[in-house]
Design a protein around this ligand. Sequence first.
Ligand code: CMP
Length: 147
Amino acid sequence: EKERTLAIIKPDGLAGNYTDKIREIILDSGFSISKEMVVQLDEDTVKSFYAEHSSRSFFQNLVKYMTSGPVLVMVLEKENAVADWRGMIGPTDARNARVTHPHSIRAMCGLDSERNCVHGSDSPDSAGRETSFFFEDLSSVVSKHDE
Ligand code: CMP
């Protein structure tokens, strides 16, 4: 059974020219990239995407970071996509990733707990929400607007 997950190459990853390398890792790991787009996120979009973190002390910095330059948003598809992509990116803090998961993507291109160069949905529920957040046609919910 195929599954979808949302991957984001964050501003530092895109600016650091890691995109081709990350794309190669993704494809070599058996994922297909079913959607992708480069976008410059605005503050409201980031706040809404990361709403669950809105009370955290790092939230304002996170908004600043995620709006600091364009990001590459991708929908990845394969069996067990959510857990496999999370495993490949490694722990949130890239400094820990370099110690405990040296072959992970965050170990390769991340800097610290904030500037960790990539995002991955943390559960199948989040993946559903996050893929439809960015790609309306993946939404199973008919919004009021469309009625
Ligand atoms: P991500 O897994 O995409 O989702 C939440 C993001 O918030 C995370 O990556 C980091 O970019 C950021 N973040 C999480 N924890 C911290 C922290 N302790 N300090 C700063 N930023 C954080």
